[in-house]
Ligand binder design. Sequence first.
Ligand code: PCA
Length: 220
Amino acid sequence: MILVTGFEPFGAHTVNPSEGLAKAMDGRRFGACETRGAVLPVHHADATTRLAALLTETDPVAVVHLGLAAGRARVALERVAVNVMDYDEPDCTGFQASGEPIAPGGPAAYFATLPLVAILKALTAEGIPAYISNTAGTYLCNQTLYTTLHAVRHEPDPPRVGFIHVPLLPAMVAATGLEQPSMDLPLMLRAVEIALGVVASGAVLGQGGTPARWNEKGHA
Ligand code: PCA
């Protein structure tokens, strides 16, 4: 099972493309892996609770979080999550963090464990603009990536975990009239499918043909 999450709309955004992408990935199959799509609230505490429940429920071989990053021109494969909550705008409950740790006493940062280079190569080979980003920000997306990597840190066979940020949709830019980059949903959808194909190819089959764990040799 690969767990794919998106986020609800937040702030001034009335839609969040990551929500539709996650829903579209629910019940799909990539290689030997089934996918479960779920939508997280943009709420500092509820997102964490929901995430913990999803991890227990799905026991995934990989977790691919998706989120919106206004201003990005390309699909962003996030490399790192930092142990900081520092919000430019409040979350959906009005909570505004200003420099607090996500996990008090936890490591300063974690690296994503998805095969980012392989995903990047696959995306760009298909003509999809993408890059490896060195910051997921300090809002809910960073927090989610950190929380998942922190949650699985002691597992003997932890799932591979990563975060993909997508740009604004064209209609979102049209509505604001601001000079912002955008990407249409079908292209984002293809990007997620390609990424999941790469991720699924790293899963090793256990008994009964279900993906049991990650094949370390599957990706450089
Ligand atoms: N993007 C925000 C939170 C939810 C989302 O889709 C972020 O980049 O932190």
